[in-house]
Design a protein around this ligand. Sequence first.
Ligand code: HEM
Length: 317
Amino acid sequence: MGGFVSLGFAVLLALVLRQLYRVLRGNPRTPPGPRSLPFIGNVHQLPMEFHERKFFEWGRQYGGIIYATLFQTPVIIVNSAEVAHDLMDKRSANYSDRPVFPLLELMGWTNVLTQLRYGEQFRKHRKWIQDAFQSKAALKSFQPLQRRETSILLSSLVSSPEAFADHFRRDTAGTAAPSLTGTLLEEHYARGGMTAQAEDEIRRLSGTIYAAGTDTTVTGLRTFMLAMVRNPEVFKKAQQEIDKVIGSDRLPGFEDREALPYLDCILKEVYRGMTRNETAYPNPEVFRPERFMGLTGTEADDIDPRRIIFGFGRRPV
Ligand code: HEM
């Protein structure tokens, strides 16, 4: 028994010494990053919420690419859009894979797009999404549904504005046609290609899109609401633009989008809120749609937040 205890102690001591050696020596081949502790790495420095604020702080100290460890897992934090473009767009073949997350798998999140390794199944699911959402014709086919849902949302907001968060949630969830699920099921049945596996894949992809699309959209709507309440002068300018272009006899439609440039800048600024890049967006804490006005086509493209916020390389939707 005594032998076991001292063997255990020796192993523990060796592990501690190895960790200590690594910490003191640092690793010249990894990007800069905060000093880590043995065993736990940098976990103790991360807050329970809003990790991104810590990453931002580290970014100021260590730059656009940072190395940290979470327990024994090495982590690279990409902290600048430029580095993200360089790595994930320009070298997307290297960076489109996913690690295996055992906990998610235990929770049943297997064969879902967000976790799929880069390969055949991934490409198939991406194609299903592309066909459903990314062509102009496909997007147009959703417009009647979007119009109908928007009218319902607006009348709910008029009758009980205080429940706006519930209305936003209802607006983004629910059943509807056309839908990716319906189209995929129809296509498979029509081709006689429906199998238990195909059905399972469609089910998982639909669930993933629902999960990926609802909270993000609700967050966008809520951020917009908050921005309008906190910036009444912006709200007033948007209202004036709508009154001038649309008048008060009808609601704006998709066809009016081009004629409402200030509204477009507001939407960009809502999206932009997710980045605090001070070079591209001076005074990033201020909600200022005007930052997107009066730019040349190239300038506008360069700082269009939609180039950043949906992710990079081969995986954003
Ligand atoms: C403001 C709204 C949204 C934001 C900011 C957003 C952002 C993102 C980001 C950052 C990623 C990760 C990309 C990567 O892994 O590199 C992603 C992935 C994804 N998003 Fe969104 N998203 C939004 C709305 C939506 C909507 C409405 C849908 C569906 C209708 C959707 C479906 C997905 C899916 C399926 C993925 C996983 C793609 C993959 O792993 O290949 N997202 N999104």
